[in-house]
Design a protein around this ligand. Sequence first.
Ligand code: GDP
Length: 351
Amino acid sequence: MNTLNKLGWSDFFESSLNNIDHQKMTIGRVSTVNKSNCIVIHESGSKTCELAGNLLFGMEENEKPKTGDWVLFLDYGDLGIISHVLPRKTYLSRKKAGKEIAEQIIATNIDYAIVVQCLEIGLNLRRLERTLVQLQNCNIEPIILINKIDLQITPDQREIMNFMENTYGAIPISAASQFNLKLIQSKIHSGKSYVFIGASGVGKSSIINAFHKESDLKTGAISQATNKGAHTTTSRELYVLNNGGIVIDTPGTREFGLTSSNAESSTSGFHGIDDLAKDCKFQNCTHTNERGCKVLKAVENGHISDEEYENFMRLNREMEHYASSTQDRKQKGKNLSKIIKNMKKLGYKSR
Ligand code: GDP
């Protein structure tokens, strides 16, 4: 495996070079995005790179390099100048915080997401389901971990844990006692890219450190007195692990807002509900009051809990809202450009 393959390079990216004259350029993968530059790893090391002027001013925010992107840059010694951002295989996005309906790309070219929750901060089924829906929208495979299993487990937590394990295949682990770490490590494959998702303090850095002793991530020591850990992760970066897996550690990725690149998708990310929905009498069933709705029937006979159904419907509504808002905005944009065109036709001059 050559260095680029080790960094995740594949035929998908190779084929995107066909239309680019790239002889004088270096191929690299963005490991960190800073305010005015990014760090790019390439065949012989890493380099601080800046965007070429035409990209800096001509690209939309989401088109600019993100952690995980493959780029081409011209090497000027101390500095590289990025001339191309290669098409993305996948990207992880979330709705921007606040009322604005906009998508924010967090990291790109990811094969798997390692979704971490932990006993200490609290297991949250709704948050997990929300994350799984978003990952499904992004075409990224989830691996779900419940960390800090060395701590005392309350009966309530035990119940949620059982549900997460049975329904979503969550794996209980402990970065501290190393419980099940080998199992997780066996799921990390050479040349594949993994992103860690989870609230600050759930133990993402500790898990990466346990896989990768030389990693320079900083992890606070476990406080013997309180079992409460310090929240220590500060920057987003890309690492190649000893076993060849590529890890992108995204700090503060607490909760996703929903964006749906595939608004018509009838899939929900909810285990079981998708299968039931396929058998509904009507193809466009909204699962609210239709005759022959298999989802409603499952709620009636207790196979799906009221809470799960409510969450499923809420997430669907959120996705619809996102889809219709983006549609609205596109329409408004079109209307505006029509008005401007007409004004120009009529000889309007800006004053
Ligand atoms: P991150 O913010 O998700 O990267 O979390 P860290 O890896 O920095 O961990 C936060 C705190 O939890 C640190 O003090 C860790 O030592 C502690 N921690 C991590 N894993 C475990 C574990 O398995 N058990 C216990 N008891 N503490 C842990």
